[in-house]
Design a binder for this molecule. Structure first.
Ligand code: C2E
Ligand code: MG
Ligand code: MG
Length: 719
């Protein structure tokens, strides 16, 4: 038997079994292995001493090499049974061939089967052992995680409770026991439903229901509980649903953190933020928020009122008796105010000695008046502080409106303004908000506040009114009168703004501006008309006479315009000289000494103080327009006699007299007859632009020239 025959067989064998089992080797390697087995078989078959166990070895070897597919054995046996008998055999004896083949094949099949069985047993064993190992590992991991959970459950600072889906508490950790004061056993006898707090919001138990029904996996909220000892505890509560492997709700776990201290602190801070520390009343912040709430609701028919109080003369208490007494007084006032108020009324301290009461859902202004009366009488009884019996008086501003018609800021402002009106009206009283009064005050305030800027913007201008010599009919002087060309209100006369300017003090700037303009104009006339230029008369407000710089200002303006002081007249009223201050008189005396003419304006309108006429450094008396009105009727002899007497008196004091408000020829003639020197009024010309005076001056110039020419003609004719 040669090697080539074996190779041929091994190749055939390879082809037969290559597709029958999964073998982790290539075709060539398989062929090599099968060649080895072929040679083993052939040697055994040919051996002189035949031993069929060779077949067994080959069967075992096939299983070892994993030639174990379903058809592998069948194909192998068929091939061997076919091929072996055909081998050229000098030996073994021919007669043995069939027997040897049968034995070899049988032995191979038996070896193969037993090896295969053993391998299956090994594999089962390995699987079994791996299974055991995996179970042991899982058990160990479970025990470890259980231990970890237990340690966490026991050691946690946070309360942990476990319950079933019916709400029965099945476990509670030490922190939770400590938090609530129940032992673990007591907890396990409780049901979650017994943990309801009377102040729980309905939503708390709604979300809890959703959780146990499996509709949500967890919820978190701040919730109050009652402790075993009856105390209250605030917690940050998180409840989670634990599901089984199938996803069905299994049990619930609650985590609770005690936040009572934090809540107490928050409540304290909240109280501090909204209350006045001295009186414990609500503060300004609370007022703002309460009003926002009132105005946030449906307005429809709601009305709201404010009562704004300011103690009268509280500063004196503080300054004379000290702040401790002041503080005690404020506390007493706070408690008396609180006693005057009921539900729906919030008493607040707005700061200092100011208090505000918000009255919700009022029925009209009368309700506020009732409250104010109640407060005034509650405060009437003296307050005993540190041995003093102090009388408290307060001024109260009331406002009451439909919510729909106003807003918080306007309401407070209205109450505040009204309180000041109550103070201005005499203190110790209340005033009710008056829309008309407020509108005109607001308009006045706006004018007043914008006046100085308006001067700078050039919105003011000066008009001039002639003062005519009643004897000659010539222009002797002009009065400078200020006007405001307001951008939205049109031209405003001095009656609209001089009083406001006086009150705010801006008359000082405005008056100086008028003086400067009038003197510039006087210089222009002097330059153009020489000695025929009129005297310029400028009004001085009382406040200006209290400005220490007045004299220096006048000197400066005159110098700036190279004017002689005698070309300027300053008009002042008797009111300017009331009071004890000697300053105005000193300044007038200085101005008079310099040669500036001082005129007493509107004489007869105020109270008559004839001795003043002697005391004051005057050069002119201007009779108020009321005399002109009196002189209109020819039957009014009394006024004529009074005017004549006044003119005589003035002349006796070396004063010139100007009649103001002369509107008719009759008035003009009567003043003339009474001896008046000058007239001013519509009869001679209303106040107008400087050009109007220019025209008068040019006309006079022309008249003079004509007169001179006529004179010259007469003289020539006479010669
Ligand atoms: P006043 O100084 O007595 O000025 C005369 C006022 O009489 C002017 O009113 C003038 O327009 C008005 N008037 C002129 N002719 C007639 C007339 O025929 N009949 C009547 N009934 N009135 C006539 P005006 O310009 O409205 O000034 C009013 C007052 O305002 C002035 O009274 C003066 O006290 C004050 N005033 C005007 N300009 C100034 C100013 O620049 N400074 C200050 N401090 N007060 C001024
Ligand atoms: Mg005047
Ligand atoms: Mg006047």
């Amino acid at each position: 038997m040669n090697h080539a025959d074996c190779e041929v067989f091994a190749q055939r064998w390879t082809e037969a079994i290559v597709g029958t089992s999964y073998v982790a080797m290539g075709r060539r390697m398989l062929a090599r292995h099968l060649l080895e087995l072929t040679q083993q078989l052939v040697e055994g078959f040919m051996a002189a001493e035949f031993d069929p166990s060779v077949g067994r070895d080959v069967g075992v070897a096939m299983v070892e090499k994993h030639f174990t597919g379903t058809d592998t054995l069948k194909e192998t046996l068929a091939l061997i049974a076919e091929w072996l008998p055909g081998l050229p055999t000098p030996a073994p004896p021919r007669g043995d061939v069939a027997s040897r083949v049968a034995q070899l094949v049988g032995s191979l099949a038996a070896g193969y089967a037993s090896a295969l069985r053993e391998r299956s047993l090994d594999e089962q064993d390995a699987i079994y052992r791996a299974g055991l190992r995996a179970r042991r590992q899982a058990e160990q991991a479970l025990a470890a995680s259980e231990a970890k959970f237990r340690a966490m459950f026991t050691e946690a600072k946070m309360g942990i409770g476990i319950g079933d889906l019916e709400g029965n508490i099945t476990d509670a950790n030490p922190a939770l026991q400590e938090m609530f004061g129940y032992t673990r056993e007591e907890f396990t006898r409780l049901n979650v439903s017994s943990m309801v707090h009377p102040d729980d919001a309905a939503s708390v138990w709604e979300v809890y229901g959703e959780l146990v029904r499996g509709e949500r996996d967890h919820f978190r909220m701040e919730k109050r509980f009652n402790r075993r000892d009856g105390g209250e505890i605030w917690t940050d509560l998180t409840v989670s649903l634990v599901r089984d492997e199938g996803g069905a709700p299994a049990y619930q776990v609650a985590l609770l953190e005690d936040v009572s201290e934090r809540r107490r602190l928050q409540a304290k801070l909240h109280h501090q933020a909204y209350h006045d520390p001295l009186t414990a009343l609500a503060n300004r912040q609370m007022v703002t928020e309460r009003l926002d709430q009132v105005f946030a609701g449906p307005a429809s028919q709601r009305r709201v009122g404010l009562c704004f109080l300011d103690l009268d003369g509280f500063k004196v208490v503080n300054d004379s008796l000290g702040h401790d007494v002041g503080d005690q007084l404020l506390k007493t006032v706070a408690s008396r105010l609180t006693r005057c108020c009921g539900p729906g009324q919030l008493v607040a301290r707005m700061g200092g000695d100011e208090f505000l009461i918000i009255v919700e859902d009022t029925g009209g202004e009368a309700d506020m008046a009732v409250l104010a009366d109640k407060i005034l009488s509650a405060l009437a009884a003296p307050v005993r502080v540190g041995g003093h019996a102090l009388t408290v008086r307060t001024s109260i501003g009331l406002v009451e409106r439909p919510v729909a018609d106003t807003n918080p800021a306007d309401l407070i402002q209205a109450a505040d303004i009204t309180m000041y009106q109550a103070k201005a009206g005499g203190k110790g009283r209340y005033a009710m908000f008056d829309q008309h009064r407020n509108d005109s005050e607001v308009a006045d305030f706006t004018l007043s506040a914008t006046m100085v800027a308006a001067v700078a913007r050039g919105e003011f201008y000066v008009v001039y009114q002639p003062l005519v010599d009643l004897g000659q009919g010539t222009l002797r002087a002009v009065e400078a009168l200020v006007r405001w060309r307001h951008p939205t209100l049109g031209v405003l006369g001095p009656e609209r703004f001089i009083r406001l300017a006086e009150e705010s003090g801006s008359i000082v700037q405005l008056g100086h501006w008028v003086l400067a303009r009038a003197c510039e104009q006087a210089k222009a006339w002097r330059d153009a008309f020489g000695d025929a230029a009129p005297l310029v008369s400028v009004n001085l407000a009382p406040r200006q006479l209290h400005e220490p710089s007045l004299v220096a200002d006048v000197i400066q303006v005159l110098a700036d315009n190279e004017l002689d002081p005698s070309s300027l007249q300053l008009e002042l009223t008797e009111q300017s000289l009331l009071g004890d201050d000697a300053g105005p008189l000193t300044m007038l005396t200085k101005l008079h000494g310099m040669g500036v003419r001082i005129a007493l304006d509107d004489f007869g309108d105020g109270y008559w103080n004839l001795p003043d006429l002697r005391r004051l450094p005057l050069r002119e008396l201007k009779l108020a327009g009321s005399f002109a009105a009196g002189l209109q009727s020819p039957c009014n002899r009394v006024d004529q006699r009074i005017v004549r007497a006044l003119v005589d008196l003035a002349h006796a004091l070396d004063l010139t007299v100007t009649a103001e408000g002369v509107e008719t020829l009759a008035q003009c003639e009567r003043f003339q007859a009474a001896g008046c020197d000058t007239g001013q009024g519509a009869w001679f010309g209303l106040p107008g632009a400087a050009e109007q005076i220019d025209a008068l001056l040019r006309a006079a110039e022309l008249r003079d020239a004509e007169l001179r020419a006529a004179d010259q003609l007469c003289n020539r004719e006479a010669l």
